[in-house]
Ligand binder design. Structure first.
Ligand code: NAD
Ligand code: SF4
Length: 430
């Protein structure tokens, strides 16, 4: 547990023109690449494995292990695909990182590509964030002009190039195999796994799909060493991460801290609850993770502790809701989102989210029926573990956890609309 921030990726976000190559180089930018090019590719993979960094996109799969799971080279192309399709509700870490410090990602992409034998990497970005798309294109141009990309990277005869691809804004395209389908020009829908992308990914070739923050953390691990990285965080959740706090705190924003920091500490760092109001509930990792309440404020925010407390660290999207918020209304909005974003491929999610939405909206309107809560829980039970991808499971998390902690608010939805119980004008968000 710690009470200090560790600004590393966020260190010079406030510098003027923080996104330029010149600024990045002033802060030791591309020194890790120089060091990496002196190493054998396997030594880079070993260093990343030894750092024990777990994927920062939400699932927490060990990054070094993912790289070493790729099929052995056979002379054909191999790919690195950066998942920059950040879209988990409440998650706002990759977009600001790419805006303020795009070269950390690009340097990480070059090092990772060299390590896994990829000559052409892709950054798959949400289509809506046109400003990020432009910034990345410019940064890639700068890196190419400086000799960091192309057919002779760092003068070492290494080939690496990057294509930045903007998707069309479907939440499901953040699922790695749907992303690959979309990148190949097809409708983005999840593929059956296995085979995992490491065996057959983009164009059926060995592919590593990694989150923006995971890859941007690689230069630090190479330059400073895996012990430096392991010196932060907890034993099984090493290093630092960007926690995005939104909602009813005084100063919402991104806080880069060692994994294992608590929500109580982060709320303090964010200036406390807005207007001195009382915390009601919060999400540890976006709306796809079961909600937490005041009783979880001291849970260390690392993968295992959050799981042991009944939720998931996910993307560290900490959305804070105070006592003026109707939990029913908040969950109903998330359910609308999942029903809208369900790709329709499998029945439990396609049909189930539609029914969840009908019932949630009925309860929100104060028109719930006696058996609606049981129906909600039963439908969730039939989606969970029976859906083709994580989206279906995710849709159930806010509902079942909200019923667990705030059942009386769902019961009130049988006779009183949420807007009467929690007048929106008294709340900042709703
Ligand atoms: P997952 O646990 O199935 O897989 C995680 C990663 O590990 C994948 O890259 C997968 O290929 C790899 N992997 C897992 N088992 C493997 C094996 N046996 N061999 C080789 N590779 C293996 O999780 P997922 O479905 O990819 O992702 C779900 C997570 O995504 C959720 O936990 C959620 O937090 C997160 N999420 C993030 C966002 C966002 O905006 N960043 C949005 C929605 C969901
Ligand atoms: Fe599509 Fe939902 Fe099934 Fe995933 S769980 S494949 S999003 S229908």
């Amino acid at each position: 547990m710690t009470d200090t921030l560790t600004p590393i990726l966020t260190k010079f976000w406030d510098d003027p023109q923080s996104w330029t190559l010149a600024t990045y180089e002033r802060h030791d930018g591309y020194k890790a690449l120089t060091k990496a090019l002196e190493m054998e590719p396997q030594a880079i993979i070993d260093a990343v494995k030894d750092s024990s960094i777990r994927g920062r996109g939400g699932a927490g799969f060990p990054t070094g292990m993912k790289w070493s799971f790729m099929s052995p080279p056979d002379g054909g192309p191999r790919y690195l695909v950066v998942n920059a399709d950040e879209s988990e509700p409440g998650t706002c870490k990759d977009v600001p990182l790419m805006m303020a410090n795009p070269h950390a990602l690009i340097e990480g992409v070059i090092i990772a590509s060299y390590a896994i034998g990829c000559e052409h990497a892709f950054i798959y970005l949400r289509g809506e964030v046109v400003h990020v798309y432009r910034r990345l294109l410019r940064a890639v141009e700068e890196a190419r002009a400086a000799g960091h990309l192309g057919t002779n990277v760092g003068g070492k005869g290494v080939t690496v190039d990057i294509t930045v691809h903007a998707g069309a804004g479907a939440y499901i395209c953040g699922e790695e195999t749907a992303l690959l389908d979309s990148l190949e020009g097809r409708r983005g829908q999840p593929r059956l796994k296995p085979p995992f992308p490491g065996a057959a990914g983009l164009y059926a070739r060995p592919t590593s799909v990694n989150n923006v923050e995971s890859i941007a953390s690689v230069p630090g691990i190479i330059l400073e060493g895996s012990d430096w990285f392991k010196g932060m965080g907890t034993e099984k959740s090493t290093g630092f991460g960007i926690f995005s706090l939104s909602g009813h705190v005084t100063n919402p924003g991104q806080f880069e801290a060692p994994l294992g920091i608590t929500m109580r500490e982060l709320i303090e760092l964010a200036g406390g609850m807005r207007g001195g109001r009382k915390l009601k509930f919060w999400t540890p990792g976006g709306s796809s993770t079961p909600i937490f309440t005041e009783e979880h404020l001291d849970v260390p925010l690392d993968f295992d502790s959050v799981a042991a407390a009944g939720s998931m660290l996910g993307t560290r999207a900490l959305q804070v809701f105070d006592e003026t918020v109707s939990v029913v209304r908040a969950v109903a909005r998330w359910t609308d989102f999942y029903a809208h974003e369900s790709c329709g491929k499998c029945t439990p999610c396609r049909e189930g989210t539609w029914w969840l939405r009908q019932i949630m909206n009925r309860i929100e309107a104060g028109q719930g029926t006696q058996d609606d809560i049981d129906k909600l829980v039963d439908i969730c039970d039939n989606i969970l573990g029976r859906s083709f991808c994580a989206l279906g499971d995710a849709a159930t998390s806010p509902i079942t956890s909200a019923v667990q902690y705030f059942r009386e608010e769902f019961e009130a939805g049988m006779h009183t609309p949420a807007h009467e119980l929690f007048p929106p004008e008294k709340s900042v968000l709703f």
